[in-house]
Design a protein around this ligand. Structure first.
Ligand code: NAP
Ligand code: ZN
Ligand code: ZN
Length: 346
């Protein structure tokens, strides 16, 4: 199947128009026209090879919403014309302990990413969602509620699930003080979900101009912590801190804001290792944890939750020709709050 999209042809290069082939429809495959594709900071990390060497040509994109155009002979989950969502992985081994539990993102044999890798069966390069169409095994796609604005749905497929999953896992809810570090694509979804779950929500940002937006999204407090005194004033305040910051920072200062038995969860993936003193965990029996996206059952649960609570991402819809500028603006924390590409414009 011919596909039109945008690709980076080499590391750190600008993205440009790119025509390529997707695999023919297999018996368990679904083909779709993409409607919208989100731009995640992980796309930028990989195009710019900030996580090590990447595979090129690269069509990034793992926040995909579209409509089914045809189905393979063995497909039972989708029918033509239905809305469909695709996230950060398109396959996994299907037989390890974690796959069987529905947490395919932690597949013991390695999940197959939506791009920057090879498809498991064909060994072709997997091309992502900055394109006009897609082919996916039905088991790795989810149903999208019909009542939501679709441009705001695309980012739920990565930014949404990545914050929903840890909020559920660490039981954010009434009586819990939750802090979200970084009000970007991931962070703003964290604010909306934590508020909807009934937690007390604080945003920890380095951009004072985002205060009003944060409060409108459901935050109860907005803090810009600059000095040691600022940090001291909020020592041991939070049950749960979710760090979505894409840049290197001193994580130890933030650990000290966690209450006894509380947890700081790493979600942002900057390239440099972090350093912490044992004392910052020991002194309040704190945990430092990590969390990666969510599995297929939880993706569906999250989308159903969004349909019920009318939750979508705040987006700026762009044409493909604006992708490179959108990358620079994202890195400069100048995004409100996710760039989403209109796939009808490829
Ligand atoms: P984003 O939209 O660029 O948001 C990142 C936010 O971090 C910015 O808006 C900014 O918020 C803050 N920030 C950026 N530079 C900073 C700096 N120098 N100092 C302090 N704060 C800074 O990125 P995103 O798409 O949300 O992704 C965030 C990170 O999560 C990326 O590293 C991405 O690769 C990673 N990620 C992880 C997973 C996972 O499963 N764990 C999934 C998707 C993405 P303020 O302006 O409010 O400070
Ligand atoms: Zn992502
Ligand atoms: Zn597996």
């Amino acid at each position: 199947m011919e596909s039109k999209g945008y690709a980076a042809l080499a590391g750190n290069s600008a993205l440009e128009p790119f025509t390529f082939q997707r695999r023919e429809l297999g018996s368990h495959d679904v083909a779709l026209d993409i409607l919208y594709g989100g731009i995640c900071h992980s796309d930028i990390h990989q195009v710019r090879e900030e996580w090590g060497s990447s595979l090129f040509p690269m069509v990034p994109g793992h926040e995909i919403v579209g409509r089914v155009t045809s189905i393979g002979s063995g497909v039972s989950k989708f029918s033509v014309g239905q809305l469909i969502g695709i996230g950060v992985f398109i396959d996994s081994c299907r037989e390890c302990e974690n796959c069987l539990k529905g947490i395919q993102q932690y597949c013991l044999n390695g999940m197959t990413g939506t791009y920057n890798t090879y498809e498991r069966n064909t060994k072709n390069i997997a091309f992502g969602g900055y394109a006009n169409n897609f082919v996916i095994d039905e088991a790795y796609a989810v149903h999208v509620p019909e009542n939501l604005p679709l441009e705001g749905v695309a980012p739920l497929m990565c930014a949404g699930i990545t914050l929903y999953s840890p909020l559920r896992h660490w039981q954010a809810g009434p009586g819990k003080k939750v802090a979200i570090m970084g009000l970007g694509g991931l962070g703003h979804m964290g604010v909306k979900f934590a508020a909807a779950l009934g937690a007390h929500v604080t945003v920890l940002s380095h951009s004072p101009k985002k205060r009003e937006d944060a409060m409108a999204m459901g935050a109860h407090e907005f803090l810009v912590l600059n000095s040691d005194e600022d940090f001291a004033a909020h020592k041991r305040e939070f049950d749960l801190i979710l760090n979505t910051v894409s840049a290197d920072l001193n994580i130890e200062k933030y650990l000290n804001l966690v209450k006894i038995d509380g947890t700081l969860v790493l979600i942002g993936l900057p390239s440099a290792p972090m350093s912490i003193g044992a004392g910052s965990l020991i002194s309040s029996r704190r945990s430092l944890a990590g969390s990666m996206i969510g599995g297929i059952p939880e993706l569906q649960e999250m989308l159903d939750f969004c349909g019920k609570h009318q939750i979508v991402s705040d987006v700026e819809v762009i044409e493909p020709s604006y992708i490179n500028e959108a990358y620079d603006r994202t890195v400069a924390s100048d995004v409100k709050y996710r760039f989403v590409i209109d796939a009808s414009k490829y």
